[in-house]
Design a protein around this ligand. Structure first.
Ligand code: ATP
Length: 306
């Protein structure tokens, strides 16, 4: 990985007014954001938000309906294939199920004009040396992720674009991936990765881009999102629906957590207690806490998915 290229251009990737329509459906809607050099940027959004579609357009795998993406200042449409500049993993990885992982990587390396020894190196890097002798069709999802990552790493690229790389990895695999990506960023490399779970990727990323229904809803440093966490009031009551109506009428927002408690944003604990008391809603338990990153994500995306 060399970081000489594009010196002076602070953005590794710049996306401007990107729109992608499929027939009448708009998957990505006038999306603009930048990915800073030497940083890990998380591209977040609920299922179906348009992340994969946007990433495909960003790397030139899909033609945008409108707008453009730039890699190191060059429009993607004009970019020459260069495995040393850009490494991409977006499922499906294109490996034939009957081929071995190693054979798949060897042909990719040959196509990209990379030395054959890189195959052994990346297999070691992703921990697939043993499995590389087996057929891809027999791989688990986690192994396919590692193979896709190995393919993206073949050219030791300055910029890595990974679609949901955490999917299918066990907790140990997630930790391993985090270390690998952080190490690349520490050496000046750039990573753009998508995920539908903000909380899980929080320790890996420096910056976040959050989209919902194809549109940008937040862009900034993850620290700012952590700090912006407002208060959440958690209420246990048998009359959650009734209380939810009262809270909404008073300008608050509600959702239900895994434990069946009503979570209220936008009102403080006294206001919620007062509303419940006023309308005779019996409250079994009421507590207030700082919103977690997942709560912030919920607030940004309207809780379409958690
Ligand atoms: N080839 C296609 N033809 C028609 N519609 C499509 C196509 N690809 C994606 N879409 C639609 O575009 C929208 C965004 O899909 P996309 O896969 O980009 O979202 P995502 O955020 O990556 O979701 P997930 O987290 O579930 O993978 C969805 O409504 C999807 O059905």
């Amino acid at each position: 990985m060399t970081s000489s290229r594009g010196a002076g251009d602070p953005a590794a990737i710049r996306v401007e007014g990107l729109t992608k329509r499929y027939g009448r459906a708009t998957a990505v809607d006038d999306l603009s954001f930048t990915v800073g050099t030497g940083r890990v940027t998380g591209f977040f959004g609920p299922n179906g938000a348009g992340k994969t579609t946007a990433l495909k357009a960003v790397v030139g795998l899909a033609r945008p309906t409108a707008g453009r993406a730039f890699v190191r200042g060059t429009p993607v449409a004009a970019l020459k294939p260069d495995a040393r500049l850009l490494g991409v993993h977006i499922e499906p990885c294109g490996a034939h199920p009957g081929r071995t992982g190693r054979a798949h990587l060897r042909s990719l390396a040959a196509l990209a004009g990379l030395p054959r020894r890189r195959v052994g190196e990346v297999l070691e890097l992703v921990g697939l040396e043993e499995a590389a002798r087996g057929r891809v069709g027999k791989y688990s999802m986690g192994m396919r992720q590692r193979l896709g990552l190995a393919a993206a790493l073949l050219g030791d690229p300055e910029i890595l674009v990974l679609d949901e790389p955490v999917n299918g990895l066990d907790p140990q695999g997630i930790r391993w991936l985090r270390t690998l990506l952080r190490e690349r960023a520490a050496k000046g490399g750039t990573v753009l990765l998508s995920s539908h779970m903000l909380g899980e990727a929080a320790q890996t990323v420096d910056d976040v881009v959050v989209i919902n229904r194809g549109r940008l809803v937040h862009e900034g440093a993850i620290r700012d999102l952590e700090r912006s966490g407002e208060r959440v009031v958690a209420v246990r009551t048998a009359e959650a629906e009734r209380l939810s109506e009262l809270v909404t009428a008073a300008g608050g927002r509600t959702k239900t957590d895994d434990g069946g408690r009503l979570l209220v944003e936008g009102l403080d604990v006294t206001e919620v207690a007062r509303l419940a008391h006023r309308d005779g809603v019996l409250v079994e338990e009421i507590t207030e806490r700082t919103a977690s990153l997942e709560d912030a994500f919920f607030g940004l995306t309207g809780g379409a998915d958690r």
